[in-house]
Design a protein around this ligand. Structure first.
Ligand code: AMP
Ligand code: GLY
Length: 417
């Protein structure tokens, strides 16, 4: 099988790594990719938001399957363009990707499907904003309606800050605060059959102890030793299958990766958000534990034959990933700094610990930072404590001027604090 992956972050590096290890994949391409992905896939430049350009590249390469990684291209209709060219694509249509593209749309789907989520108001005027903030009280949860790379959400006790963020958005969702640990659960679906993956936990805040601003995600781990063993079945029944059924009923079936961001509250499991693609950095730890070869599963989801897929096989091992971010992330990050120590990790820590690249590019012989999140250092071990130790040992070998990372990824789940 020939596969083209669209995107160039650590999630796409994780996808390409798994696909490169799949014996059914005999050619692997990535566009635009990054310096790390270049080691496992042939890179091609492309404007990932341009469906015509992506479809043309897929046709030129003669691929059997296109896998679209990020939400931007999905919301822009890139999967529709690829399918219109007669090429199989893993990733939802623009219409179905509105589940991520518009928080108000997602709320509407959840209401229709009876999916438990925070009570909310969609506001477009200052009067509506004030009424909603007053109705829910602190802590305030204020979400820009559109795509914002995980940074459009403000959760704060400060009414003035909540109000200022709300007024800076043209359409805003204000909702009830959900208290409880968060879980990311992904499912692969062809629009009818839903195949859940293993749950992971993401660390959204920039600083240790869940302090600082929201980011795209600073680390993740899987499995979740503290979670109810029935969690996946429960979320399948209450969230994933009803949502997939509702989108099919509307005539906009969702085929691709459905990401449920959940809060485990005292009153039950609630959806915080949906995404229409693999999460980053959770994918790094989920795929590290997936033993079933990936390409066939993605192909069958794209073909609409997921009902023929046997249950997925998972490793008993635990996985941890730690994100190394640039100076000043998540504000305007500094880029162009050389990254050293990558060869040492490969030589000393492999194969259980490895570096997945996010924002990197090659500059002559050097690899330099090219984005906010730069690397996602991933490791597996017999339990979380061991996976964590291996991941942090590898992180310690990386040298990137001004870089930052959290030191407490998976610490609590590993029983260390
Ligand atoms: P989202 O982009 O919707 O995932 O929001 C980003 C982060 O904000 C989530 O991962 C949560 O940590 C936090 N958040 C979002 N909605 C809520 C809520 N209703 N209650 C508490 N925290 C929330
Ligand atoms: N890690 C959060 C996300 O991918 O949206």
């Amino acid at each position: 099988m020939k596969v083209l992956v669209i995107g160039g972050g650590a999630r796409e590096h994780a996808l390409c790594r798994s696909l490169s290890l799949d014996p059914d994949v005999n050619a692997l391409y990535c566009a635009p990719g990054n310096a790390g992905i270049a080691e496992v896939a042939e890179l091609h430049p492309v404007d990932a938001l341009n469906g015509t350009a992506v479809a043309r590249l897929a046709a030129e390469l003669g691929v059997d399957l296109v896998v679209v990684g990020p939400e931007g291209p999905l919301v822009a209709g890139v999967a529709d363009s690829v399918r219109a060219a007669g090429i199989l694509c893993f990733g939802p249509s623009a219409a179905a990707a509105q589940l991520e593209g518009s928080k108000a749309f997602a709320k509407d789907v959840m209401a229709a499907a009876g999916v438990p989520t925070a009570r909310s108001h969609v506001c477009t005027t200052p009067e509506e904003v004030d009424a909603a903030l007053d109705a829910f009280g602190a802590p305030y949860v204020v979400k820009d309606d559109g795509l914002a790379a995980g940074k459009g959400v403000v959760v704060t006790e400060d009414l003035a800050a909540a109000r200022a963020h709300a007024l800076s958005c043209s359409r805003v969702v204000i909702e009830e605060y959900l208290d409880g640990p968060e879980v990311s659960l992904f499912a692969i679906t062809d629009g009818v059959t839903v195949l859940p993956l293993q749950p992971a936990q993401d660390f959204k805040r920039a600083l240790d102890g869940d302090e600082g601003p929201n980011t795209g995600g600073m680390g993740a781990y899987s499995p979740l030793p503290w979670a109810d063993p029935k969690l996946v079945d429960e979320v399948m029944e209450l969230v994933l299958q009803p949502t997939v059924d509702e989108l099919r009923r509307r005539g906009t079936p969702f085929a691709g990766l459905l990401y449920a961001g959940l809060a485990i509250t005292g009153r039950g499991t609630r959806v915080i958000e949906f995404n229409a693609r693999f999460g980053d950095p959770e994918t790094q730890v989920v795929l590290a534990r997936l033993q079933t070869p990936l390409a066939g599963v993605l192909l069958r989801a794209a073909q609409g034959t997921l009902d023929t897929e046997p249950p997925l096989r998972w490793s008993e091992e635990a996985a941890v990933t730690v994100v190394v971010a640039s100076h000043n992330y998540p504000e305007t990050p500094r880029t162009g700094d050389p990254i050293e120590g990558l060869a040492e990790v490969a030589a000393e820590d492999g194969p259980d610990a490895y570096v997945l690249h996010a924002g990197t590019r090659r500059e002559g012989a050097a690899v330099v930072s090219a984005g906010g999140r730069v690397l996602s250092v991933t490791a597996t071990g017999s339990d979380l404590a061991q996976a964590r130790e291996k991941a942090y040992k590898a992180v310690a070998r990386i040298r990137l001027d001004g870089s930052q990372h959290r030191t407490d990824i998976a610490a609590k789940a590993a029983g260390l604090r």
